[in-house]
Design a binder for this molecule. Structure first.
Ligand code: NIG
Length: 407
């Protein structure tokens, strides 16, 4: 695929700029050069005479594709236990909100997490990090939000920091203390917002444990006013907002996100003219999470209309125990194509270059561009890129490279 601008918007989202019969040259973990084989420089052809190339590896990609590794800009992959009991409850008719009101959902995960040591939390999260790499992900944003008290939020963020150090993934960390009101603040929501603002944010910022701040701005969770106060406080400590917006209804989350220059507003199942207007010409990218929509059996976000309206759209897995226990972006691509009518090219751009933008790494990742880090997928022999979401359970990855190294 050819060099592309930093972010794909409108008709460009449907463009992969592919090159047939191409070469790609990587050095020191970076993409140095690429193009049609017929235009490969002599210096690269003559391996025997080139000491740098002699120590390198030549990979024959005949019949295969080289594409950017996925950038998964919204996950909650640090969590304890699992919630398949709630899965069964949902099948029997309970809604996500009803389960939450009974103390299940996020509060269930928070209880499990409080009983889990940092070490075993790290071990399970590391397993998921390895799993997403095997599915083609090279960069991931991970949120806290199952701690809901200073100690457990910090425990989660430290696990995320360890994943940053111990895996080849590029990891961005988001503080999501405003994910649910813990039981001790059931009757005092303002008290919890104060705890987030006065205790958690300063502690997290002083340890440098997060790059972003998030809130679940939704009826029954955090109001626009709560979100406004939390973002205001977070930004004073250099945390840029991301927001869970309009998943269950028209929450005002999009507008408060745009007001604070959020890097992304995520979910967007309920998005109408006012949200479109707010997003157009903003610095905020719309992030769709079709896996959660599928899992919760809801109406999908109007992603196709957003693209036609000129709103940049990213897509992420939302890997979490409650609304999408999967980190597969191949599956998300299939949902985007089948349920939201995106083309495979739009779906792929949404979870590569636009995903990179949604996690603030588009300067180094998300596309095949000279100077960018060589996070690349070498596919198996497949007939076309469209085959990836079409044959959505067929493994399509032969090798994953992160910073030029095979994983
Ligand atoms: O993005 N909606 C809020 N947060 C997650 C779900 C978290 C959970 O249920 O554990 C989401 O869907």
């Amino acid at each position: 695929m050819q060099e592309v601008p930093a972010l794909k918007v409108g008709p460009l989202m449907d463009d992969l700029n592919g090159i047939k019969d191409a070469f790609l040259y990587v050095e020191d973990g970076k993409i140095m050069h690429y193009g049609a084989m017929s235009r490969m420089p002599e210096t690269l052809k003559n391996m025997a005479e080139n000491p740098v190339l002699q120590s390198g590896e030549v990979v024959d990609a005949t019949g295969r594709y080289i594409m950017p590794a996925f950038c998964d800009s919204h996950t909650h992959l640090v969590y304890a236990g699992s919630r398949e009991q709630e899965f069964t409850d949902k099948i029997k008719g309970l809604s996500y909100q009803e389960i939450a009101r009974r103390g299940g959902g996020i509060l269930n995960s928070a209880k499990l997490l409080s009983q889990t040591s940092e070490e075993s939390l790290y071990a399970s999260a590391l397993g998921r990090a390895r799993e997403i790499m095997s599915q083609g992900t090279g960069a991931v944003e991970i949120k806290s939000g199952y701690g809901l008290n200073p100690q457990d939020e910090i425990k989660m963020l430290r696990v995320i920091a360890r994943l940053k150090e111990s895996t080849p993934l590029t990891v961005k960390s988001t503080f999501l203390g405003a994910h649910a009101f813990p039981a001790r603040y059931a009757e005092d929501h303002n008290g919890y917002v104060e705890e987030i603002i006065n205790e958690m944010i300063p502690m997290i910022a002083s340890e440098g444990l997060a790059e972003y701040i998030d809130a679940f701005c939704e009826d029954g969770f955090f109001s626009v006013e709560d979100t406004d106060r939390i973002f205001n406080a977070g930004m004073k400590y250099g945390l840029r907002p991301k927001v869970h917006a309009n998943q269950m209804g028209f929450s005002g989350g999009v507008q408060v996100g745009v007001k604070y220059g959020a890097i992304s507003v995520d979910h967007l199942e309920s998005t109408g003219p006012e949200e479109f207007e707010a997003l157009k010409n903003s610095d905020t990218i719309a992030t769709i999470l079709p896996g959660a929509t599928f899992f919760l059996n809801m109406e999908y976000a109007p992603a196709k209309q957003m693209i036609e309206y000129g709103i940049p759209v990213a897509m992420a897995s939302n890997y979490n125990p409650g609304s999408c226990p999967s980190g597969s972006l191949q599956f998300q691509m299939a949902l985007a194509c089948i349920a939201m009518k995106l083309t495979p090219a739009q779906a792929l751009n949404a979870c590569t270059i636009n995903g990179a933008f949604a996690m603030g790494v588009d300067d180094i990742l998300g596309a095949i561009t000279p100077g960018k880090q060589a996070n690349l997928i070498l596919t198996k022999e497949i007939p076309s890129i469209d085959f990836i979401p079409y044959a959505f359970t067929t493994p399509f990855i032969e090798r994953l490279y992160i910073a030029g190294k095979e994983i």
